[in-house]
Design a protein around this ligand. Structure first.
Ligand SMILES: [Zn+2]
Length: 351
């Protein structure tokens, strides 16, 4: 199903490009700018089974995006500068902001050198447990378990289901089903189920975190780069909307305090983990405001409009999605047509 949806979207983006429709949509949908969302940046891998591929782009694709923005005379600004322009209603120039979620080491090794070529600032949102080395990147653990197994078993809603994961198609189908199931579980059950799965299939979930994410020591050096802003992404990377208010507040405030303490700098920007409609809603937008964040970004797709200044803790983003790393897509992304398509051509209000 996910694959089907991806194909439809890919065809849709292609159709928008070939019809030139994005140029017609530009005045309506382009807004004053965009916040781009990325996760990992690293050279392409040719694994057939790569269900998390949408979360990684190559350094070349990132470079092409920056060159495209440069050619359109769009300002690439820090998130502080975006906040400043929104609050002072300075919309004289179009802006782009680059944000990277989770705190992957490849942001330093592959993204930073490319960002430097364009003197382009960016923000990395750190989940403090990931920097601590104790975080659970369960979606990657799930991929690793399925990649090495020819069969995977799970008890979903009281029924034991056996997935045949001997083929790429079987692996993909199992991943989609198990991913959706795990995401729907309360945090403690998700932890229990993914740990059990990892134990059965010999995946060291703790090692994934240390392997992929920057430690506090690495982050301190990284954050000293003048192009880098570090924001918060909760402590445990939990679905905040599913937590009690006390826990959600603690996740927002304490992650901010831990990052500030470790890096000796103020943390005033937040990215909600998962960040979609079921992970961040009006309650979280208000809590982020009272926790003292100047801005908070979601994963809801959309461009930044003048009205966004009234919703600074509910900002939408445009995903640079690893499944669509085709340079022809770049003008479509910056026109806002892609996110408009995602939203059924409705302009959405983030509240
Ligand atoms: Zn994240």
């Amino acid at each position: 199903m996910k694959q089907f949806r991806n194909n439809v979207i890919r065809a849709g983006l292609g159709a928008l490009y070939f019809s030139g429709a994005h140029y017609l949509l530009r005045p309506i949908f382009s807004g004053v700018g965009a916040i781009f969302m990325l996760h990992q940046v690293r050279p392409a891998r040719d694994a057939e089974f790569a269900p998390n591929r949408h979360l990684e782009v190559t350094p070349d694709f990132l470079r092409a995006m920056l060159a495209h923005l440069h050619s359109r005379d769009i300002d690439i600004v820090t998130i502080d500068e975006l906040h400043q322009r929104l609050t002072t209603r300075d919309f004289s120039r179009r802006v782009a902001c680059f944000t990277f979620d989770d705190g992957y080491r490849d942001n330093r090794d592959y993204a930073l050198p490319v960002m430097r070529e364009f003197n382009a600032p960016f923000t990395v949102f750190v989940a403090s447990d990931f920097a601590e080395g104790s975080g659970r990147l369960w979606w990657i653990a799930l991929e690793m378990a399925i990649a090495k197994a020819s069969s995977v078993e799970a008890s979903i809603g009281g029924t034991v289901i056996q997935f045949d994961t001997s083929t790429t198609a079987g692996k993909q189908a199992a991943f989609d089903r198990l991913h959706d199931w795990l995401r729907g579980l309360p945090e403690f059950e998700l932890k229990r189920e993914i740990d059990a799965l990892c134990t059965r299939h010999g995946v060291d979930i703790a090692a994934i975190c240390a392997d992929l994410c920057m430690s506090w020591r690495e982050l301190k050096a990284f954050a000293a780069d003048p192009l880098v802003t570090v924001g918060a992404h909760s402590i445990t990377h939990c679905n905040l909307a599913k937590q009690s208010e006390d826990v959600a507040v603690h996740e927002m405030r304490e992650s901010r305090a831990r990052i500030a303490k470790a890096l000796q700098r103020d943390v005033v920007h937040l990215a909600y983990p998962y960040g979609d409609r079921i992970a961040a809603g009006p309650r979280e937008f208000a809590l982020a405001r009272t926790a003292g964040y100047k801005t908070a970004v979601t994963t809801r797709p959309g461009m930044i409009f003048a009205e966004s200044s009234r919703h600074l803790t509910a900002l939408p983003r445009v995903s640079l999605n690893g499944n669509y790393q085709n340079e022809r897509i770049l003008p479509v992304l910056t026109s806002g047509a892609a996110t408009a398509m995602w939203n059924g051509f409705r302009r959405i209000d983030a509240a």
